[in-house]
Design a protein around this ligand. Structure first.
Ligand code: TYD
Length: 372
């Protein structure tokens, strides 16, 4: 509710007005059916009091059962369920009140059934239509909600801006209490992020620098209900600085570390390392379809030659414990041991599965073309 008010009270109010219109129309139709025609006296005598009563009940039910809450984020099935709950509760309450004040003697019960059935029909179709219109015409084209990590947040915003889009909000995995980046609001709670996406009419959600597995299920299903697509703004690789603590006394050496979601934007399913190597060893010669990896060389020097299939190769040298290489799927790699005994450590997002490897270079070129 806090965010509904903060990020677009009008959207919520529009549904209250819609509810009121549905009620008005169903009440008018019921009165017309009952009397056959409208006369000023009858309207004042019967229609207006009952209408005020039904409207008061409607607002009461909306607030107590929160049947209007999150209306834009509901799926069709949930929409139907909430509308039935809302109308049934209102109907029971009105029937009971009319009985209590003995107004029902004049006001035919068939008419009340008709009013609420008609109201239910109007409510469901009205809500679906209004939601469709809001989604189609009020969506802010080019307004992107970014999902990333602390480390890549600013870079991700830059990348999206370069594409000519505007970042309206950011959700960070493992947020360390950041509330804003520049004037862009930052969220760490998925529920709040979804409320923002919904009420700000964000066009789409972009993930940057994180594996698709890191997108929380809740955000995925919420975006699905809202009809907001999730896409990734990808890079092929990144050189990461790994935190390293070097003691002033050299005999203590250096301590480097990596922390789960804070430093590694994928779930770690596998760790492997290559040791006892000789200089000029060449390994690799493959690409992965799914596997995200973080490579580092805590001892020695290793060249990683990367190929994105465009004809240009890039070489990244891993030559110390404080340097990591994040590799997204779809890159051909060759590793060259520059010094004997160099150690290569790899953190991987997938279990070992030969099927997700591409070991033939021609197949890799075809794969890149198909997955551009
Ligand atoms: P391979 O991927 O060919 O190593 P590289 O590309 O560095 O030359 O792997 C060598 C062998 O090790 C191969 O038979 C598969 C096996 N292997 C596993 O069983 N599990 C693993 O996690 C890895 C990386 C390899």
């Amino acid at each position: 509710m806090k965010n509904q008010i903060k990020y677009g009270k009008l959207r919520y109010v529009s549904f209250i007005i819609l509810d009121l219109l549905c009620l008005l129309l169903s009440n008018l139709s019921a009165t017309f059916l009952y009397y056959g025609q409208y006369t000023f006296d009858k309207i004042f005598a019967d229609f207006i009091p009952v209408f005020i009563l039904t409207f008061a009940i409607d607002v009461f039910v909306s607030l107590t059962l929160n049947t209007l809450g999150n209306v834009l984020r509901r799926s069709k099935k949930k929409e139907l369920k909430e509308c039935v709950t809302h109308v049934s509760a209102s109907f029971v309450l009105l029937a009971w009140l009319l009985f209590a004040i003995r107004y029902g003697i004049d006001y035919n019960s068939g008419i009340i059934y008709f009013t609420y059935l008609f109201d239910l029909m109007l409510l469901i179709s009205g809500h679906l239509l209004w939601k469709y219109l809001l989604k189609s015409f009020c969506r802010k084209k080019g307004s992107v909600f970014l999902m990333t990590t602390n480390r890549f947040a600013e870079e991700g915003i830059e990348e999206i801006r370069k594409k000519g889009d505007e970042v309206s909000g950011v959700c960070l995995l493992e947020n360390d209490n950041k509330k804003q980046i520049g004037d862009i609001p930052v969220f760490s709670d998925i529920k709040e992020a979804l409320a923002f996406i919904c009420w700000q009419n964000v066009d789409r959600v972009c993930i940057y620098g994180i594996d698709h597995q890191m997108v929380p299920d809740r955000l995925r299903s919420g975006c699905n209900a809202l009809g907001v697509g999730i896409e990734s703004v990808d890079f092929d690789y990144k050189i990461l600085e790994l935190k390293t603590i070097v003691n002033s006394d050299p005999k203590y050496g250096a301590l480097s570390f990596l922390e789960g979601e804070r430093d590694i934007p994928f779930p770690i399913r596998r760790v492997y390392w290559i040791t006892e190597t000789e200089a000029d060893l060449h390994r690799g010669f493959h690409a992965h379809k799914l596997n995200c990896q973080l490579l580092f060389c805590p001892y020695g020097k290793i060249d990683i030659i990367l190929d994105d299939g465009s004809g240009e190769k890039q070489t990244v040298t891993l030559d110390g414990p404080g340097k990591g290489l994040l590799l997204m799927p779809g890159l051909w790699r060759e590793m060259v041991w520059c010094e004997s005994g160099s150690v290569l450590c790899v953190l991987a997002s997938e279990y070992y599965d030969e099927k997700e490897y591409i070991r033939n270079y021609d197949d890799f070129i075809t794969y890149r073309k198909e997955n551009q």
